[in-house]
Design a protein around this ligand. Structure first.
Ligand code: PGA
Length: 256
């Protein structure tokens, strides 16, 4: 049994202490008592300390949206995983397509960050996914295979088991064009097959694979009903407590 995980990725869209507090105080009340879903809010760095105070002793965990691969050094503008650990951050998103595309993060760089996060006991949520042109050219499986091999290079079984994979087709992010549950499930099955080949069946069947890309309250349940979809990484619909709660409820309902 894989416990579903719902990550709210606020990106750079929410992050002042005041608006974050308002949203989270409302969400805390709504999700109180939900035990069969891991709930994570991935907020901008500047508000992480504030939300730690609001979320401690609740069932909502804190995630960052990125980190550096070193603990310390002359890296102006970067954030060390040590800083994140120190303020109570538990999860970290790595290799989001916006980081890959806009900030030129390579699979090799993401692999370095991933190894470091795991060595520091931060739980990584690692994003993979194809562009629209790649999908249209029939290259989705090649891209996914390459990303699985390179991003997860040299990971031990113990390490991959602590990692959450987020399959996010880039053409579905922020566009309102969600993959159909069937399309998403097909890729999730393919990812699991690759993981079986790379590790073994038992390990692969224990790894959580989230879907991400225009998840909304009205499509969440159909997606999460699929056997290989273990929750979601949610952008736009995570900004308001009510819509995020509807999505969390859908994951709770479809816990298999
Ligand atoms: P979206 O973003 O839900 O707004 O499409 C998802 C993501 O980028 O993680």
């Amino acid at each position: 049994m894989r416990k579903p995980i719902i990550g709210g990725n606020w990106k750079m869209n929410r992050g002042t202490p005041k608006e974050s507090k308002k949203m989270l105080e409302s969400l805390i009340l709504l999700v109180k008592g939900i035990k069969s879903v891991d709930i994570v809010i991935c907020a901008p760095f500047t508000v992480l300390t504030t939300i730690y105070e609001i979320l401690k002793n609740t069932n909502i965990k804190i995630g960052a949206q990125n980190m550096h691969f070193e603990e310390k050094g002359a890296y102006t503008g970067e954030i060390s995983p040590t800083f994140l650990k120190d303020i109570g951050v538990e999860y970290v998103i790595l290799g989001h397509s916006e980081r890959r595309d806009i900030f030129n993060e390579s699979d090799a760089l993401i692999n370095k960050k991933l190894k470091k996060a795991l060595s520091m006991d931060l739980k990584p949520i690692v994003c993979i996914g194809e562009h629209l042109e790649e999908k249209e050219a029939g290259k989705t499986n090649d891209i996914i295979k390459y990303q699985i091999n390179e991003t997860f290079k040299n990971l031990t079984k113990e390490e991959i088991l602590k990692t959450v994979i987020a399959y996010e087709p880039i053409w579905a992010i922020g566009t309102g064009k969600t993959a159909t549950p069937e399309q998403a499930e097909e890729i999730h099955i393919f990812i699991r097959e690759l993981l079986i080949r790379k590790f073994d069946k038992e390990t692969a069947n224990s790894i959580r694979i989230q879907y991400g890309g225009s998840i909304k309250p009205d499509n969440a349940e159909d997606l999460f009903n699929k056997r290989n979809i273990d929750g979601g990484l949610v952008g736009g619909a995570s900004l308001e407590s009510d819509s995020l709660f509807q999505i969390i409820k859908a994951a709770d309902k479809t816990y298999k």
